[in-house]
Design a protein around this ligand. Sequence first.
Ligand code: FAD
Length: 351
Amino acid sequence: MKRYDVLIVGRGIAGNTLALTLLSKGLNIQVVDLPKPNSPSRLAAGLYNPFTGKRTVKTWMAAEIFPFLETFYQSIEKKTGASFLHIKPAYRPFLSIQDYNEWTGSGNEENSSFFLNPEPNHEHYRPWIRNPFGGIEYKHSGYVDTVTYLDAGEKLLQENDCLRKDFFRHSDVEETEEGIQWGDALYRYIVFCEGAQAFSNPFFPKVPIVANKGEILTLRIPDLPLVEIITQGAFLIQKEPGIFHAGSTYRWVFKGEEPEERGAQEIKDKLNKWLNVSYEQLNLQAGVRPASKDRRPLMGFLNQRPRFLIFNGLGTKGVSLAPYWAEELSQLIIHQKDLPEEVDIRRFYLN
Ligand SMILES: Cc1cc2nc3c(=O)[nH]c(=O)nc-3n(C[C@H](O)[C@H](O)[C@H](O)COP(=O)(O)OP(=O)(O)OC[C@H]3O[C@@H](n4cnc5c(N)ncnc54)[C@H](O)[C@@H]3O)c2cc1C
C-alpha cells in the first residue's frame, strides 16, 4: 500500500495554498478536487487590501498577513514561471466631509505608515473619480489573478504527481490504527478544504460555516486608464486595458447560486457615486463564499479525531488569509505547534 503524509480534499484558494505550502516543505501529499464551474476561488476578484469595511479599519493581523502573502505568491510565481500577483496601490476617495472626519479622527493614519501613502496625488484620480474631500491611498494592496494562480498550482501538482480530479466521497475513507485509508493508499492526515460544500462533512458535524453569496461584474470602460484599484463601497480593478472587475455583493439569505440582476444593480449604484465615466456590462457572475460565524478561519482538528483536519472559513478574504494560515497549519501538521485559539475549529465544539 502506498503511504503519504497528507490528503487534501478540495483545491480552491485554501486547498491549493495549503498543498503548495506542504509540497515546498517536502511532504508527500495528494490532492483530490472536482472543480465547480462557479467556484468562488475562480471568480474572485482576488483583491487584497489592508483596510476594509464601511468604517475603513485595518484588517485583522494585517501586519503579519500582508507581508507574508506577497512573499508567498512571489515564491510560487518564481517556481512556476506564471505571473498572477499584481501589487497595486488602492485609492479610497472620501465622498463627504463626514467620511473625511471619520478617517482623520480614527487614529488609523498615525499607526499605519507601512500601509499608507503619506501624500496621495488626488489630482491623478480627479478626471475619472469623484473625490471632493481627497482620499487615502494604500500600499501593500493589489490583486491575485486567481485563475492563473490555481492553474499554476495545478501544473505544479501534476508535475509532482499529486493531483486527482475526482469527487471525494467521505464514506470511502477508513480510519485505521496506522492512518487513514482511502483507495489503495494510507495517509497520516486528511485536510478538508471544501469551501461552502463542507456542510455535508460527517467528520466536522454542524461545521460553523455560513454561506455568503456574492456577485461580481465584468465591465468595459474604454475611457478609464487607471491601473490603480479604486475602493469605496464597491471596488474597481483593471484586469486588462479597458476591462475591469467590479464588486461585490454580500448576501446571507439567498435561494440559488445563479447571479441576480439586483446584485449587478447594487454594485452599479455604488460605482455611480464616484465613477465619472460611462461603462458597459459584459458579464455578471455569482459564487458562494465559505464564511464563519466570527469571521475568523476555521482550522485544525477535533480532539477525538486528530488525523482529520479542516482549513476553511476564509470568507471574503481567501487571497490574503490563505498563505499565512496555510503556513500555521503546516506547523501544526509537521511540528504539532498549536494554532491560536481564535482560528482553532475547537472553539466551536465542546470536546
Ligand atoms: C463574487 C466574489 C468575489 C470575491 N472576491 C474576493 C476578493 O476580491 N478577494 C478575496 O480574497 N476573496 C474574494 N472572494 C472570496 C474567495 O473567493 C473565498 O475566500 C475563497 O474562494 C475560499 O476558497 P476555498 O478554497 O475555501 O473554497 P472554494 O473556492 O469553494 O474551494 C473548494 C474546492 O473544493 C472542491 N470540493 C468540495 N467538496 C469536494 C468533494 N467532496 N470532492 C471533490 N472536490 C470537492 C470544490 O469543488 C472547490 O474546488 C470572493 C468571492 C466571491 C463569491
